[in-house]
Ligand binder design. Structure first.
Ligand code: NAD
Length: 427
């Protein structure tokens, strides 16, 4: 019986039965409250979209503080096995363990399950207070590489045996590089692995997403001007994906540049115009610092961003802040080959707010919207979007936003979820 409920991957495509089981980590702090609200909204959307024909049975699994208290492990093996078995899961925020063992549960989950793409769509909701004049022109999805870069966790503490050995290794084998280390003592080291395979699969995922959702631009964000082989590698491999793997769907700024050098501005301009008129996606690139400026000044020039781990970490929060959505931005961690995916709230556990029915559940609700779309249950996903849009539009909001919106009505976490459900029409 249970096997019938399992999501499978067949020939690169997800096969989703009508009745499925999805493991859930409610999380710590405000996690259980925002999860209860999200569950209410998901079940309401599915009921309104499909009646009894489709359903999700949520299976709570252990991770974080709760898991530690019950089992002595922050991330029990059984939890990882359940995610592998059922393929798609959802999670609330988790307390980061302090001292020893796992550095971050989120990083551990992503690495263990090889969830290489961190997908963060960033858009504005009418009624949400934002610090910029025109938050409505922002509609950007960031694909952040999740498994490499300085986040690989290879670091040697200053003055440790490992750091000294590492320093010796460089001194013995790479004397020129040794000269580049400014101070020879009390120096810590970190390693930044960036591979062709890791970069290509991330950019491939971004292009496939752009094609699926009718986006016209994919921008590679990198710091290849300084880190020529790591960030520069990401850039070159990214362009290779465009030209080698999607020759009929993508036109790159490298191709345009080449034509320009050979035949001049006019011919290059015509070639570009014709490619874009024929529906090709424009793949370009930008250096990270400029990306921070340009996404603030001209967000409308960006649609899908593909970038390395650290760049993506900074950029996703900066862009979310621009639309007032730092507490409401959703996120997903996906491996498009295995189909494994975990959808998550992007904020933390807000311990000071826990247990007070105050937290804003929008981040997890929007992550659930992404999850339903990933499952191919678009009708239910659309209902959630619509429900949220209308609730914000009516200025029915939680305390975090209500304090900035005059004449708004402040709702508790679960009352907000109920208002979202009420705003969804039955189809
Ligand atoms: P936080 O996101 O928990 O809180 C930052 C501020 O935002 C606080 O003022 C909080 O009250 C508010 N806030 C956050 N989410 C909110 C919501 N949904 N509704 C209303 N207000 C909200 O960040 P922090 O205080 O730096 O971290 C607390 C804990 O959460 C730490 O253990 C941290 O490591 C962890 N954390 C986990 C995740 C995750 O699991 N994805 C992400 C970030 C932080």
């Amino acid at each position: 019986m249970e096997l019938e409920n399992i999501i499978q991957m067949r020939a690169g495509k997800l096969f989703v039965p009508n009745k499925i089981i999805i493991p859930v980590i409610p999380g710590d702090g405000i996690g259980p409250e925002v999860w209860a609200a999200t569950k209410m909204v998901i079940e309401c959307a599915i009921r309104k979209a499909y009646g009894d024909n489709r359903s999700i049975n949520f299976l709570p699994v252990l991770a974080g503080e709760v898991a530690f208290h019950q089992t002595g492990s922050w991330l029990p093996d059984e939890t990882l096995e359940q995610f592998r078995k059922f393929r798609i899961g959802i999670k609330g925020p988790m307390t980061t363990p302090i001292g020893g063992g796992i550095r971050s549960l989120n990083v551990a989950l992503r690495k263990e399950l090889d969830l290489y793409a961190c997908v963060r769509p960033i858009r504005w909701f009418h009624g949400v207070p934002a610090p910029v004049k025109h938050p409505e022109i922002m509609n950007i999805t960031i694909f952040r590489e999740n498994t490499e870069d300085v986040y690989s966790g290879i670091e040697f503490e200053a003055d440790s045996t490992e750091a000294n050995q590492f320093f010796q290794l460089i001194s013995d084998n790479f004397p020129d590089e040794k000269q580049k280390i400014r101070f020879n003592e009390n120096v810590a080291f970190g390693i930044k692995p960036i591979s062709m395979e890791g970069s290509k699969r991330l950019v491939r995922a971004a292009v496939n997403y752009a094609l699926k959702f009718g986006k016209k631009t994919v921008t590679l964000v990198h710091k290849g001007n300084i880190m020529k082989f790591t960030e520069g590698g990401f850039l070159n491999w990214g362009y290779q994906v465009g030209t080698d793997e999607f020759p009929d769907q993508v036109y790159t700024s490298q191709q345009w540049q080449k034509t320009r050098e050979m035949y001049g501005d006019e011919i290059a301009g015509q070639e570009k115009e014709s490619a874009l008129q024929n529906g090709k996606i424009w793949m370009n690139d930008i250096i990270t610092d400029a990306a921070f400026q340009q996404t603030l000044l001209y967000p409308q020039r960006f649609e899908v961003i593909a970038t390395t781990n650290l760049n993506g970490d900074y950029l996703s929060d900066a862009l979310a802040a621009q639309v007032g959505g730092i507490g409401i931005a959703p996120g997903a961690n996906i491996n498009y080959e295995s189909g494994l995916a975990i959808f998550e709230a992007t904020h933390g556990t807000a311990p000071g707010r826990a247990g007070k029915n105050l937290a804003n559940p929008s981040s997890l609700i929007l992550s659930a919207e992404m999850m339903l779309r990933y499952l191919g249950w678009d009708e239910a996903a659309d209902l959630i979007n619509e429900g949220l849009e209308q609730t914000y539009d009516k200025a029915l909001i939680t305390y975090d936003l209500a304090q900035f919106v005059p004449n708004s009505t402040q709702l508790g976490t679960i009352e907000f979820a109920a208002a979202v459900c009420e705003s969804m029409k039955t189809i």
